[in-house]
Design a protein around this ligand. Structure first.
Ligand code: M6P
Ligand code: ZN
Length: 193
């Protein structure tokens, strides 16, 4: 059988210092304004956006597409910071394809991986550099940076998994991660009651 060009093995190189791999196909940046509806303190959102609209996180992608498969690699770098008392975090999403899991590998920093199902099951994994979490199908996932430096994680999934942001955009996760007396704590999200 003659292989097509895309069916040959390829590699990318991870830079541990930068928390990025090269080459990368695509980069997406999300600022406070892109996540405005995700934070509970809307006055703090408005102040941050009016001031400098800071960068919250960047995602770098590589899609390993062959004629028979569609693995994807992502690396996400979340800056340290808060909006009001709520730590910087990813938007969070369900997968469109309900049979699709994902692996997240925390390579730098500290924080939480929040996960929940549409039936109201909730789990949080505390993360330090080296933690690897398996996110089963049907669990929404969001990463929160509670550290003083960037939190970087690598994601492996199928491109066909897709992103479904609808429910999270509408109401967020069941719990939020906020600072209380200098510590990161999980509190119930009032908007979901
Ligand atoms: C990981 C993967 C990506 C995702 C990104 C940021 O790299 O899960 O698919 O896009 O994290 O998460 P979100 O899309 O929720 O902002
Ligand atoms: Zn995902």
């Amino acid at each position: 059988m003659t292989l097509k060009k895309e069916d040959y093995p390829i590699r990318v190189q991870y830079d541990w210092e930068m928390g990025e791999f090269f080459p990368k196909e695509k980069m997406v940046q999300r600022k406070v304004s892109d996540l405005a509806m995700m934070f509970h303190d809307q006055a703090a959102v408005k102040a941050a956006v009016t001031d400098s609209d800071p960068l919250v996180y960047e995602i770098f992608y590589y899609g390993f597409k062959t004629s028979k498969s569609d693995m994807a690699l992502g690396t996400t770098r979340i800056q340290p910071g808060k909006v009001g008392d709520e730590y910087y975090m990813t938007k969070g999403h369900f997968h469109e394809a309900e049979d699709q899991p994902e692996i997240y590998f925390c390579v730098k920093g500290e924080g939480y991986l929040l996960m929940e199902t549409r039936d109201g099951e909730f789990e949080a994994h505390e993360w330090t550099a080296g933690t690897i979490s398996h996110i089963p199908p049907m669990w929404a996932h969001r990463v929160v940076n509670t550290g003083k430096g960037p939190l970087v994680f690598v994601a492996s999934y199928h491109l066909s998994a897709g992103h479904d942001y609808g429910q999270i955009e509408a109401g967020g996760f069941l719990k939020r991660v906020v600072e209380r007396d200098g510590k990161a704590v999980l509190v119930l999200n009032e908007a979901r009651k």
